[in-house]
Ligand binder design. Sequence first.
Ligand code: ZN
Length: 278
Amino acid sequence: MPFSFANVDGRACLVEKESYFDLERISQGSISPDPMRAIAQNDEFREIAASLRSQEKDGIISEATLCAPIPRPRNSFGVGLNYKDHAEESKMDLPTVPVVFTKYPSCITGPFDDVQLRGDSNDYEAELVVVIGRTTRDVPSDQAWSHIAGLTIGQDISDRGLQLAARPAHFGLGKSRDTYGPTGPLLVSPDSFADPNDLSITCDVNGDRRQDARTSSLIFDVPFLVSYLSEIMTLEAGDLIFTGTPAGVGMPDSRFLNSGDVITTEIEGIGVMENVCR
Ligand code: ZN
């Protein structure tokens, strides 16, 4: 049974259609209310998800305060230049190994939270985000999906001026200002999708479509990235991997974000995030 997981006002919940169910309550206390502890118990979610129809709901998702599904990841990785058309618009050679940087966990914020802009060259990057589901070390790519709790949406908001201020560029700092990592609204288990390797991803700014791609165009796909990183370091439940952004970012034409701009990011089967720039 697939599941959708949400952080409703700081509490771990499962979601069925429009309703949410508090995990601690419906599990009679066996699942932690803390989303960070609960996600490490995601092996138990499928059985609970199968019983939701006989449970009383705690509320309606559209009326809930949704926070980042994984609010305090231990590690948070970003992957640069992972779509061919984005590497070309960035005037960079196609990578032969994944270009990995740290998206510092302190930048993670919720799916409807404001982005507090600093500087005048800030950019949007719609991304599929992988959430690791268990301790993962040296996993081959053909087994990688079984180590993934689910997929969510991310915005890899980037201060280009800061990112490119150093040579070589310091991606980590430029992409990690406070609030520069909106994620959510749901964490959706891989078996929820007909093909989790091929999802539509879009980004609109003030209703103007800027990015429109499919995750099947990733140069290094999700199983490869998990396998690759797991050979370097042990991954743990709740670790995030921002998998890279397709073409259409603002930098090539200097179409940077301004206060009041509304960023709408959507991935098929996961939902929509909306973040206002301040
Ligand atoms: Zn990115």
